[in-house]
Design a protein around this ligand. Structure first.
Ligand SMILES: C[S@@+](CC[C@H](N)C(=O)[O-])C[C@H]1O[C@@H](n2cnc3c(N)ncnc32)[C@H](O)[C@@H]1O
Length: 234
C-alpha cells in the first residue's frame, strides 16, 4: 500500500511536465498497428514527444496540439531542462513502482526522452512547424470529425490530482467531437494508483451517448498500467 506522504515526495513536479516519448512507445501505448497509414491522427498534449515527427517521416498524417507550442524551441528546451531533475528524482525514488524490462534504468529513460526532444525540436523548428498547433483542452481548433483518431498520452488521468473529473469529461467530449475515435494512456495516477476519475468519467461519457471501453495494450511500465481508454461515437 502506497502512503500519501511517500508518493508526494516521489514525484514533486509542480505541474504537467514537458517530457516526451518516441514513436515506438506510442505504438505500444495505443496498439497503433491497427491504424490505417492514411488515417489523420491527432496527438493532443503532444509536448516534446517525437511521435508526430517520426510518424510523419513514416508517411502518416499527424497533427500535434499543446499549449507549449506557443513557445519557441529554446524555451521548450529550457522547460525540459528545468523539470528533468525532478522527473529523474521521482523515477529513482519510485523505482519499485515500475517494470524495468523495457527501459533498464532511469538513466536510460532520460536518454530516450532527450532523443525524443531533439527529434521533436528539429521538426518543430524546421520543416514540420505546421503540424504543431498551440491549443489547450478542453477546446480544440478543429472542425467536427476533422480527424480519424485522437491520441492523448500521459496527460489525462495521469495528472488527475491537477485536472478534475469535469475537466476530463469536457476534454474527452471535445476529443470525440474532432475525431471519430479517441485513445488515452495511461489510466493510472502519477502516484501509481488507478485513476479515481476513470469510472465516473466513463459513466458520464456513456450518458452523453459515447461508447467508452478499456482495452489491454502490449505495454507496462507503471505497474498495473496495462490498459488504454478507447472512446467511440458508435
Ligand atoms: C507529460 S507531457 C506528455 C507529452 C506526450 N504526450 C508524451 O506522452 O510523450 C504532457 C503534455 O501535456 C500538455 N498539456 C498540459 N495541459 C494541457 C491541456 N489543457 N491541453 C493540451 N495539452 C496540455 C503539457 O504542455 C505537456 O507537454
Amino acid at each position: 500500500m502506497i502512503k500519501e506522504a511517500e508518493t508526494t515526495k516521489e514525484f514533486d513536479l509542480k505541474g504537467v511536465v514537458p517530457w516526451g516519448r518516441r514513436f515506438d512507445e506510442y505504438e505500444a501505448f495505443f496498439n497503433l498497428r491497427d491504424v490505417p497509414r492514411a488515417a489523420s491522427v491527432l496527438d493532443v498534449g503532444g509536448g516534446p514527444a517525437s511521435f508526430a515527427a517520426e510518424a510523419s517521416s513514416r508517411g502518416m498524417t499527424v497533427t500535434a496540439v499543446d499549449p507549449l507550442y506557443a513557445a519557441d524551441g529554446a524555451s521548450i528546451r529550457r522547460r525540459f531542462e528545468e523539470t528533468c531533475e525532478d522527473m529523474m528524482a521521482g523515477l529513482r525514488s519510485a523505482r519499485y513502482r515500475f517494470r524495468w524490462a523495457r527501459y533498464g534504468s532511469p538513466e536510460q529513460i532520460e536518454k530516450i526522452r532527450r532523443e525524443a526532444l531533439e527529434i521533436f525540436l528539429a521538426d518543430f523548428e524546421g520543416e514540420g512547424r505546421a503540424r504543431y498547433v498551440p491549443a489547450s483542452l478542453p477546446h480544440l481548433p478543429f472542425a467536427s470529425d476533422a480527424h480519424a483518431l485522437a491520441l492523448c498520452s500521459h496527460l489525462l488521468f495521469l495528472y488527475g490530482d491537477e485536472l478534475d473529473c469535469a475537466f476530463h469529461v469536457a476534454a474527452l467530449r471535445e476529443l470525440a467531437r474532432v475525431a471519430r475515435e479517441v485513445r488515452v494512456f495511461p489510466l493510472i495516477n502519477l502516484d501509481g494508483r488507478p485513476s479515481s476519475h476513470l469510472p465516473v468519467v466513463m459513466s458520464e461519457l456513456e450518458e452523453l451517448g459515447l461508447f467508452p471501453e478499456l482495452v489491454t495494450v502490449p505495454f507496462e511500465f507503471q505497474i498495473g498500467a496495462t490498459q488504454m481508454l478507447r472512446v467511440r461515437r458508435e
